[in-house]
Design a binder for this molecule. Sequence first.
Ligand SMILES: [Zn+2]
Length: 81
Amino acid sequence: MLRCNEVAERASLLIDGELGPWQRLNIKLHLAMCRGCRVFVAQMRITCDLTRMASGSEEQHIDPEIQAALARRRPRPIGMV
Ligand SMILES: [Zn+2]
């Protein structure tokens, strides 16, 4: 069983799909029992989505709600009213 700090260390690898099946399984077992880590990984996933969107790749995989939120925040070009 992984500890919370070990899950936190591997969260970005999990989201990027860079973990092996055994490590993924260990993390999913921990997430099934630990609400704190579930929230942490969920927030990290959103951050990763935003980062990908900012870099312009894989835009089609981003949650539509996040896209809408970003679109609302995007400043208008100067000169448009
Ligand atoms: Zn935990």
